[in-house]
Design a protein around this ligand. Structure first.
Ligand SMILES: *Cc1c(COP(=O)(O)O)cnc(C)c1O
Length: 413
């Protein structure tokens, strides 16, 4: 077999599924909704699953399909699917794997909207969620029972930046015959080989690193093909009809038809561009984080710095093991007081005050007074959300310009 190509080569040269009518070199935006058939017999074949073809763009579309093909190629996943947003990817996937009456064992450190979905909305589908500390394997094991449909966690939690023992979680999930599902938004396929780590299904908000410059809201999932869906409470029957491909088949044939939530061709266009330059941007962001980390570490006004790429951070060893030392581009710093955090933020002239992650621009936010403002003091304490902490999403600017901006803002703190 030919040697596997590098990430960027493989992305840039992903072949089209079908030759383009005009020999376009870049995948065109197929913005249409419906597709025509040569004969009634062909139509019957497609509708009854004997032939694969696009029918209607809510369930599949050529531009979206090409984005999925690229994702599959660069990640090595068995199958990839895309969604209208990261939240659509998460909600659709969880609802497809866990039946009513079942439960999910989930990390208690989650992206806010995922947490809210699991805490309230999904319960109305009669699915219970048990929140556990994923660092405490005994607690995770004790939470799993016969009705558990999956284990769910985020590869790097935000803003705590914790990295769990993913292999141990995988062993625990698999010994209980349930899949391990990871939200890997902060560590896209270029830095994270989820199959090697034991993850069965990855969910990703492509809005973040993959879109490249926060150009479009979107989501994706990767099925590594490592979980035998005939063991799944909700997918057993799907696996009989679509052997090895039960999850994707159910999403495309049931969830997209009935719930929608699929990606548009325009979004796919931005994400195709984003995937091609992902490695370049991630490398640049990681370099910037390392340089900024060192700058903050020696600064007298900074009380603590957390970036798993730094030797001084708790996540360092695991970031080397799972993300080849490239643990995304989110970092936190602690200043002495909440007031000094506000003064520092307000003094910044280039870095933007905004909530998104992995934009090309560097963004800063004070999490405890914004994203987590509605949480109780006890909840914030349990989640290690100090009001002296600032979160930075580091972009691709020239690092010296970032340091200059931070320097001048520190003068007034
Ligand atoms: C942003 C984000 C999401 C939600 O994605 P959207 O594309 O905004 O719907 C989910 N998980 C994580 C970790 C995120 O950062």
């Amino acid at each position: 077999m030919a040697k596997k190509q590098g990430y960027t080569t493989s992305s840039v040269h992903t072949p089209f599924v079908k030759d383009d009518a005009y020999s376009a070199l870049h995948m065109p935006i197929y913005d249409g909704v419906a597709y025509e058939f040569e004969s009634s017999l062909e139509m019957e074949k497609v509708f009854t699953g004997q032939k694969v073809a696009h029918v209607y763009s809510r369930t599949s579309n050529p531009t979206v399909g090409y984005f999925e093909e690229k994702l599959k190629r660069i990640s090595g996943a068995k199958n990839a699917m895309s969604f209208s947003s990261g939240m659509a990817a998460i909600t659709t996937t969880l609802l497809s794997i866990v039946p009513p009456g079942g439960n999910i064992v989930s990390s208690n450190q989650l992206f806010g909207h995922t947490y809210a979905f699991l805490k309230s909305t999904i319960q109305r589908w009669n699915i219970q969620v048990k929140f556990v500390d994923m660092n405490n394997l005994a607690q995770v094991a004790a939470a799993i029972d016969k009705q558990t449909g999956l284990l769910f966690f985020e590869t790097i939690t935000n803003p705590q930046l914790e990295i769990f023992d993913i292999e141990a979680l995988a062993a625990l999930a698999h010994s209980n015959n349930i899949p391990l599902v990871a939200d890997s938004t902060l560590t896209p396929p270029y830095v994270f080989n989820s199959l090697d780590a034991g993850v069965d299904v990855e969910v990703i908000s492509t809005t973040k690193f993959i879109s490249g410059g926060a150009a479009a809201v979107g989501g994706a999932i990767l099925d590594n093909g490592s979980f035998d869906w005939s063991n799944s409470l909700a997918l057993k029957e799907w696996d009989t009809n679509f052997p090895g491909n039960a999850l994707m088949a159910r999403i495309r044939k049931e969830m997209f038809r009935h719930l929608g939530g699929s990606m548009t061709a325009h979004t796919a266009h931005f994400l195709i561009l984003g995937l091609d330059t992902l490695a370049l941007r991630v490398d640049r962001c990681v370099e910037n984080c390392m340089a900024l980390g060192k700058y903050f570490e020696q600064h007298t006004k900074v009380v603590a710095v957390n970036y798993p790429g730094l030797k001084s951070s708790v996540g360092y060893a695991r970031s080397k093991k799972y993300f080849s030392g490239k643990p995304g581009a989110v970092m936190t710093i602690d200043l002495k007081t909440k007031e000094s955090c506000y003064q520092f933020m307000d003094g910044l002239k280039m870095v933007r005050r905004a909530t998104n992650l992995n934009d090309n621009k560097t963004l800063i936010i004070h999490p405890s007074s914004t994203i987590y403002a509605e949480f109780s003091d006890t909840d914030r304490e349990n989640m290690a959300l100090r009001d002296t902490m600032l979160r930075l999403s580091v972009g691709i600017e020239d690092v010296q310009d970032l340091i200059e901006d931070f320097k001048q803002a520190f003068y007034i703190v």
